[in-house]
Design a protein around this ligand. Structure first.
Ligand SMILES: [Zn+2]
Length: 280
């Protein structure tokens, strides 16, 4: 099943080959707060953007929209004016067509990678864009650095006619969502989910089934979504991570705030409801 992040579109990911931008190339200028700079509410083309706000030596070709090259670069002091607007990327799916939204997501991920890997991790010299693949190359020791991706698991837990949803401490919108966390080195995805569920709500789970995945480039996660069945235990909330966790019947879900429709958590909940409807 596709989430909005993964639906086929006219956006394709670049191979890493770097060439100079053309007048019609798109330039995705991104800051460190998940924002993108828009010109007249659109992603600017190279010919239209004021060259004083981009450093052309840091323009990185990361993909194509209908064969038009997409470049990204970073600027932590984005300035708006009559024509220029600062747009939050997570919210941009409501205003962009799918290919521009997907390109903005990848731009956010690539920009974070570029800004955190300016120097070689082995010898400390400057990294340069590779022309052969999506990577950075140290010209001094030849070390190759690939884009960082942090694997995360997220699980919808069910128990007979109820599902478990939790409110994260960092969530200010009162949203109830699925249990999620980063995968530790040495763990399988299933063991990571078992550990996260046990740590955050004190429950044991069984029958873990993979459903789908999606990138979450804020800044560089890959979310892998599961549905699992409750096995044993009473809910014991880890208040360092969560402010609440409860069982909800499906007919109670319209009384709470569910995760954003662009999130895989929303996708998992909808998937579970759909499967439940089909069983009845
Ligand atoms: Zn090096």
């Amino acid at each position: 099943m596709y989430t909005i992040f993964n639906q086929p579109s006219q956006f394709t990911i670049g191979s890493g080959k770097q060439i100079a931008p053309l007048a019609e190339s798109f330039v995705f200028i991104v800051d460190n707060k998940n924002n993108i700079l828009l010109l007249n509410n659109q992603v600017p083309t190279y010919s239209k953007i004021d060259k004083s706000i981009i450093n052309s030596t840091t323009l990185f070709l990361f993909g194509y929209i209908n064969d038009v090259a997409c470049y990204c670069c970073f600027d932590d002091n984005l300035q708006s004016n009559n024509n220029l607007a600062i747009q939050n990327i997570k919210a941009s799916y409501q205003m962009f067509s799918l290919e521009y939204f997907q390109a903005s997501l990848l731009a956010n991920h690539i920009v974070y990678w570029l800004r955190t890997h300016k120097f070689c991790g082995l010898c400390g010299n400057t990294n340069h864009f590779s022309n052969k693949e999506l990577s950075l190359k140290c010209t001094s020791c030849n070390n190759t650095t690939y884009p960082s991706i942090a694997p995360c698991v997220i699980g919808l837990i069910y128990n007979e006619d109820k599902i478990l949803l939790a409110k994260n401490n960092n969530n200010t919108n009162n949203v109830y969502s699925c249990i999620a966390g980063f995968v530790n080195p040495g763990e399988s995805l299933e063991r990571a989910l078992e550990r996260e569920v046990h740590e955050e709500v004190g429950l044991k789970i069984k029958n873990i089934r993979y459903i789908s995945s999606q990138q979450w480039p804020f800044p560089h996660s890959l979310m892998m979504g599961f549905i699992a069945e409750y096995d044993s235990g009473e809910i014991k909330v880890d208040y360092n991570e969560l402010s609440d966790a409860r069982w909800f019947k499906l007919n109670e879900l319209d009384q709470i705030n569910l995760p954003s429709e662009i999130s895989i958590a929303n996708h998992l909940i909808k998937h579970y409801i759909l499967c439940n409807d089909n069983k009845q």
